[in-house]
Design a binder for this molecule. Structure first.
Ligand SMILES: Cc1ncc(COP(=O)(O)O)c(C=O)c1O
Length: 342
């Protein structure tokens, strides 16, 4: 694959795809410790045919962005939270931790080395970062690897959905098969299980599928790649409390933003019947920040419209602006979420 050239990119039409940038970070875990890592130009990884990850899926990954401010500086949003979540996921899959300070060093080094690929302020574009770890040891039996590779690659991405456009969503008839706990959803195996429901939803004209809890099929869990939130008719911010969803950093941030805006936020189990009491609904995650849920179609084909199928609700707009402004450096970072890349 040819290396990307910054001068050839149209920052306003980036889409959400992979580009082969000049540098990435790689570290190796051998004999019980990380070697230290560093930048490399090679975007290919050579794996043995029996590498653990290829068969038994010992893999964890994260997703975060570097944002260009109006002044032309570059900043990260809560990267330590990604480091912590990666290590929580690693615990569940018997993988070593990547030390938080090394994670920050790696992420910053990759941003700096590819700085010309951080899209300009005002284009809606960002530099997406993908830290991940895989078990590389050749193994035939189902056992955990002893050797691992940690890598961080970067790719410039456009606004996931331009502006705040309400989208139709559909209830999934499948379980995503995520094991209960924290962060485990971010493993390759679990994401492969969501490919079919997501593809079927998209083919039928929906933006994504919404999963119910895998145990009782009674409570709202989350979307394939984002958490769910609603705003009740009394103006309260609500989001599902569940141990089978990914603990979203955007959700954690919006819970705080909602508190700051006086929306009395609460995390609680939400049944499908509870959705009738919502005036607005949205999907939240790093990729889209917020994607307003215009409607949700249930398994009987019945469509429930939230605020509007074409317009964004006022509370959703307020939440989106408040968070985006901090991420882009347009509002004061009162909670210490922003980390400059100098
Ligand atoms: C399944 C799932 N839920 C939620 C999220 C949102 O998490 P975050 O806000 O940390 O990006 C993601 C993000 O990739 C995800 O894959």
């Amino acid at each position: 694959m040819a290396k990307a050239k910054a001068s050839e990119l149209d920052w306003n039409k980036l889409g959400f795809g992979y580009r082969d940038l000049p540098y990435r970070w790689q570290d190796e875990y051998v004999d019980g410790h990380w070697l230290g890592g560093g930048l490399t130009a090679d975007s290919n990884m050579v794996l043995n045919e029996a590498a653990q990850v290829l068969h038994y899926g010992q893999e964890v990954f994260e997703g975060l962005k570097a944002y260009r401010t109006k002044e032309g500086k570059v900043q990260l949003f809560r990267p330590s939270d990604n480091a912590k979540r990666l290590n929580n996921s690693a615990d569940r899959l018997l993988m070593p931790h990547y030390p938080e300070e090394k994670f920050l060093e790696a992420v910053k080094a990759v941003v700096k080395a590819n700085e010309e690929f951080v899209p300009p302020y005002g284009t809606g574009g960002t530099l997406y970062l993908r830290p991940f770890m895989v078990g590389t040891q050749p193994l035939v039996g189902v056992t955990p690897a002893e050797n691992f590779v940690f890598r961080v690659y970067a790719t410039p991405v456009g606004a996931y959905v331009k502006g705040l456009t309400p989208m139709p969503y559909v209830l999934s008839k499948y379980d995503r098969a995520a094991p209960a706990g924290t962060g485990q959803a971010k493993t390759s195996g679990n994401y492969a299980a969501s490919l079919l429901p997501e593809m079927e939803a998209k083919k039928a004209g929906y933006a994504d599928a919404l999963y119910l809890d895998p145990k009782e099929h009674k409570y709202v869990d989350e979307f394939s790649g984002a958490n769910f939130f609603g705003v009740t008719k009394d103006g309260q911010f609500v989001t599902p409390k569940s141990n089978s969803i990914l603990p979203s950093i955007t959700k954690r941030s919006l819970l705080q933003v909602a508190e700051d805006l006086g929306l009395n936020p609460v995390e609680k189990q939400l049944t499908l019947a509870d959705l009738d009491n919502l005036a607005e609904a949205g999907a939240m995650g790093t990729a889209a920040v917020i994607s307003p849920v215009g409607s949700l179609t249930d398994l009987d084909g019945k469509k429930h419209v939230f605020y509007s199928e074409t317009e964004v609700g006022p509370v959703t707009t307020k939440l989106y602006n408040a968070l985006m402004n901090v991420q882009l450096g347009d509002a004061e970072d009162t909670h210490g979420w922003v980390v400059p890349v100098d």
